[in-house]
Design a protein around this ligand. Structure first.
Ligand SMILES: O=C(O)CCc1cccc(O)c1O
Ligand SMILES: [Fe+2]
Length: 316
């Protein structure tokens, strides 16, 4: 699912809020029926936990703490360390040289789906898997599918009932600084801006709120949402056609869907994992709406392996 730190913080038409809430509720019920023993959470980061001093394409956390940006929950995630470590070994054995962290810091990108779907940070065991979705250079999209598949193949050898959960995207272009056009101060932040002062954090959050306000009135300089691109992405995922998405060109993604559209990497990793672990899948819940107030093409797509889906909605 998409995330946005503006959720619940800015005004959106009541029917849109109701529709989004209803779909989150559907997902919640779906997950409750599935009753996962562990959640593998593919999440991006917005220069809160990962910076340019060391920016890996992937990182598996054996322990993690949420930093609490934009009023999101702060505190420890409940990470099954041994499982996370064996997962890291498994994907490395499969040829994906993942980074690991024994003290990962995560932001709203990881926390929002946990709060929405589980009511908090530590109600279920979670293995956080950072997927870089903002800091160029970016590894090819096909590599992300492969990485996800390695995760799925490894976990399929365990007794765990795994929920693969991805957070991010779809098309959106929030005001996250870019190295290429950043001034010295912004570069210092992008390089190693961990644990900002309260004032620095507040300034950053105000900038996002101001941009969202302008954007919803059609007056921001950020790239527009791209519902056509978003729907095509969801359609390929729904059809199990991960090869098409694996062939996306990152530069074109930036151009047509915004600098933060690369967060869809988390979705590709999760569906890659699901497909590798369980074979063909069918969609259970699908939702999409471009919501400018949230600076988000907001989507939800859930799926389960064919034959195991809890009351799947079939087409035709
Ligand atoms: O953390 C930041 O500064 C950017 C936050 C942000 C804003 C709008 C939509 C998003 O999906 C998002 O992540
Ligand atoms: Fe984001």
């Amino acid at each position: 699912m998409s995330h946005t730190p503006l959720l619940g913080k800015v005004e959106v038409a009541a029917d849109v809020t109701a529709e989004l809430d209803a779909h989150v509720e559907t997902l919640r019920a779906e997950i409750e029926r599935f009753d996962p023993t562990v959640i593998v959470l593919f999440a991006p980061d917005h220069y809160n936990g990962f910076f340019y001093d060391i920016m890996p394409p992937f990182c598996i956390g054996t322990a993690a703490r949420a930093i609490g940006d934009f009023g999101s929950a702060e505190g420890d995630l409940s990470v099954p360390a041994e499982l996370a470590q064996s997962l890291a070994q498994g994907v490395m054995d499969a040829g994906f040289d993942t980074a690991i962290s024994r003290g990962m810091e995560v932001d709203h990108g990881a926390v929002q789906p946990l709060e929405l779907l589980f009511g908090g940070l530590s109600t279920r065991p979670v293995v956080p898997v950072f997927v870089n979705g903002v800091a160029v250079p970016l590894t090819p999209m096909e590599r992300i599918r492969g990485f996800g598949a390695a995760v799925g193949r490894h976990l399929a050898t365990t007794e765990e009932r795994v929920l693969y959960l991805a957070s991010g995207g779809l098309s959106h272009d929030p005001p996250v600084p870019q190295w290429a056009d950043a001034d010295d101060q912004a570069r210092a932040f992008l390089l190693a801006g961990r644990h900002p002062t309260t004032q620095a954090r507040a300034a950053r959050e105000s900038r996002v709120f101001a941009t969202a306000e302008a954007f919803s009135q059609g007056a921001a300089s950020i790239r527009d949402l791209n519902p056509t691109w978003d729907q095509a992405f969801l359609e390929s995922l729904a059809a199990g056609d991960l090869a098409t998405i694996g062939g996306y060109d990152p530069e074109e993604m930036t151009r047509v869907a915004g600098h933060s559209a690369h967060e869809v990497r988390t979705w590709l990793a999760a569906f890659g994992a699901l497909q590798a672990a369980g074979g063909d899948y069918s969609v259970v819940t699908r939702y999409y709406r471009p919501i400018r107030e949230y600076i988000a093409g907001f989507g939800i797509l859930s799926a389960a392996p064919l034959g195991s889906a809890p009351s799947p909605r079939r087409h035709g």
